[in-house]
Design a protein around this ligand. Structure first.
Ligand code: SF4
Length: 300
């Protein structure tokens, strides 16, 4: 099962598409959130309520005109919420992964009266949280989703994590044994693959993405401009700025131009500790950290 966030690297899409053909395994269930209805409801809300809140009509009209689904789940989620997710409001995991997997694949299995066994390819040495996961686990309903009485009565859901004690070398050796090339992002220094970029990407990760895949930074910059045009506060920030001393020193500098942007974040990622001085010595290696909950998605 693959939850397409719309914010993945193209090599990841290729890898997922080609994998069944290489392994001879079953087709991969590809799920993708659709926020058309939510955007339509929010657009009507904005049109009806913002003028009464003192928002200039010109701004209301522009927001209503631009609140149109694009078909990209990550961007559409931001258009619906009029903001990007953040570490404190991380609705992306639930809306882009957990809910589409649940509604598209898992719930129908339970409704049909069958036991659901979620196979998850996580390893204990990927993170502290993963090291605490059991190989078998009885699953609770995904947090935040309403479960009907009928589904509760039929509930038989488990996680199975067959690779929990494997090392990274064993995983790559298994690929080689079966003639499957790993996702090429690993050969480019990424030790984990998640959103490109993730809202929680570290300084190293942002620097690496900017150095190797600047087109993904440009895509985020375009998304930020759209969000800045429609958000009530005219800010479109994709990543938080709390650790950037340049922002802390003069936040007013960023107002009026869409807020703190991904390009500001990239500049910061090129600085040494303290965030003020540029460095030529930084190695663009990356330690991706988009870990995992009991349902096998991003970790809280
Ligand atoms: S990888 Fe990061 S940005 Fe993508 S859904 Fe998970 S937490 Fe959100």
């Amino acid at each position: 099962m693959f939850a397409d966030t719309g914010n993945e690297h193209e090599w990841t899409y290729d890898f997922v598409r080609e994998l069944p053909g290489k392994t001879g395994g079953p087709a991969i269930e590809w799920v993708k959130a659709d926020f058309s209805k939510e955007i339509a409801r929010k657009r009507a809300f904005v049109a009806a309520n913002w003028p009464g809140q003192g928002i200039p009509q010109e701004k209301v009209d522009r927001t209503v005109a631009l609140m149109v689904p694009t078909g990209n789940p990550f961007l559409d989620l931001a258009i619906w919420k009029l903001r990007f997710p953040s570490t404190k409001a991380r609705f992306c995991t639930e809306e882009l992964k957990i809910r589409p997997m649940w509604e598209g694949v898992q719930l129908p299995i339970i409704e049909a009266g069958r036991a659901l066994i979620s196979w998850q390819g996580v390893r204990a040495d990927e993170s502290l949280a993963r090291s605490l996961l059991p190989k078998w686990q009885k699953l609770m309903p995904p947090y935040g989703l309403k479960i009907s009485k009928e589904v509760k009565a039929k509930w038989r859901s488990y996680a199975y994590r067959p690779l929990l004690t494997w090392t990274r070398d064993e995983v790559f050796a298994f690929h080689a044994k079966h003639g499957v090339d790993p996702n090429p992002l690993y050969a480019k220094g990424f030790s984990r693959v998640g959103c490109m970029p993730c809202i929680m990407s570290s300084k190293d990760e942002i620097r690496t993405i900017a150095a190797r895949f600047p087109e993904h930074i440009e895509r985020i910059a375009e998304w930020e401009q759209l969000l800045a045009s429609i958000a009530k506060n005219s800010l479109g920030t994709f990543m938080p700025f709390s650790s950037d001393p340049a922002f802390k020193a003069s936040p007013e500098k960023y107002r009026g131009r869409g807020g703190y942007t991904i390009h500001d974040r990239v500049e910061w990622s090129r600085t040494t500790q303290g965030g003020r001085q540029g460095s030529l010595l930084l190695d663009p290696m990356v330690e991706f950290s988009t870990p995992c909950s009991q349902w096998g998605t991003c970790e809280s």
